[in-house]
Design a protein around this ligand. Structure first.
Ligand code: HXC
Length: 259
């Protein structure tokens, strides 16, 4: 593994646990962190022994946004060059393996956007979400107006983006942003357990599952249904389909081989 300054990466059996680690800045996302995250995901995707990923922060902050100190003096032309913060910022959304965000504390601005790039969010009961960019004189830059609107609808997304207010975890769960809310002392274990369950399934199937659910947000229903039907049929080319169904009939646990 490459030496990392902003992340802690651990392998927990078939799960990669990536912890954002800039404690002095509430895990503010700077270009070094985004670059390290991209390198780490390249390595994790290439590692066949890893079937799922958890991204987390600290109990106080998942991430309080992009690093304002790094951004504040940048020129328009520097931003256009994509040289800094935005260069690797979409990498999590492009990950082919399932990614769970385990969120406690603040998930603001780029932090909320990073959580939304993950496949789903398991949140601690102290989590707070928001897109406060308006207070800094900017709009969100890595999905805050787009993914948030897809996930929670126009009215609430407008409310959050235009006022910059934070929502607590109950509101976030009611709005559909968060998949599960759990006590602060359990959220990481719950996320790791969910990731371990996912990692035990067939990797080609979890990969296609991600593709299909994401397609539902981007394709008309009829087209999405057609893609799903084709992928369902294509599953029958996998040894793992034979193993999964044989195991059910034989009343034993399946052993998937990822092929
Ligand atoms: C850099 C940050 C930071 C950030 C916090 N810190 N957020 N540094 N960038 N986004 C630093 C503080 O400067 C402080 O450093 C330390 O973390 C602790 O923060 P405090 O403010 O002292 O803590 P607290 O009073 O508890 O308030 C927590 C907070 C507040 C409400 C989360 O820190 C806050 O409002 N942060 C900014 C949130 C934000 O606007 N995010 C959106 C950023 S724009 P020192 O050295 O003083 O101890 C964005 C655009 C995305 O994300 C586009 C992507 C390319």
């Amino acid at each position: 593994m490459t030496e990392l300054n902003c992340l802690i990466v651990e392998k927990r059996d078939a799960v990669a646990l990536i912890t954002l680690s800039r404690p002095d800045a509430l895990n503010a996302l700077n270009s070094e962190l985004f670059r390290e995250l991209a390198i780490t995901l390249d390595q994790v995707e290439a590692d066949e022994s890893i079937g799922a990923i958890v991204i987390t922060g600290s109990d106080r902050a998942f991430a309080a946004g992009a690093d304002i100190g790094e951004m504040k003096d940048m020129s328009y032309s520097q931003m256009l060059d994509d040289a800094g913060l935005t260069r690797h910022s979409d990498r999590v959304a492009l990950c082919k393996k399932p990614v769970i965000a385990a969120v406690a504390g603040y998930a603001l601005g780029g932090g909320c956007e990073l959580a939304m790039m993950c496949d789903f969010i398991i949140a601690a009961d102290n989590a707070r979400f928001g897109q406060p960019e308006i207070k800094l004189g900017v709009v969100p830059g890595i999905g805050g107006t787009q993914r948030l609107t897809h996930l929670i609808g126009k009215s609430k997304a407008m409310d959050l983006c235009l006022t910059g207010r934070m929502m607590d975890v109950d509101e976030a769960e009611r709005a559909g942003l968060v998949a599960r809310v759990v006590p602060l002392d359990e959220y990481l274990d719950v996320a790791l357990q969910a990731a371990a369950e996912i990692a035990a399934y067939s990797q080609p199937v979890t990969r296609n599952m991600k593709y299909l659910v994401n397609s539902a947000l981007e394709t008309p229903l009829e087209q999405g249904l057609a893609i799903e039907r084709q992928m369902f049929k294509a599953n029958f080319a996998l040894d793992d389909q034979k193993e999964g169904m044989a195991a059910f009939v034989e009343k034993r646990s399946p052993e998937f081989k990822n092929r």
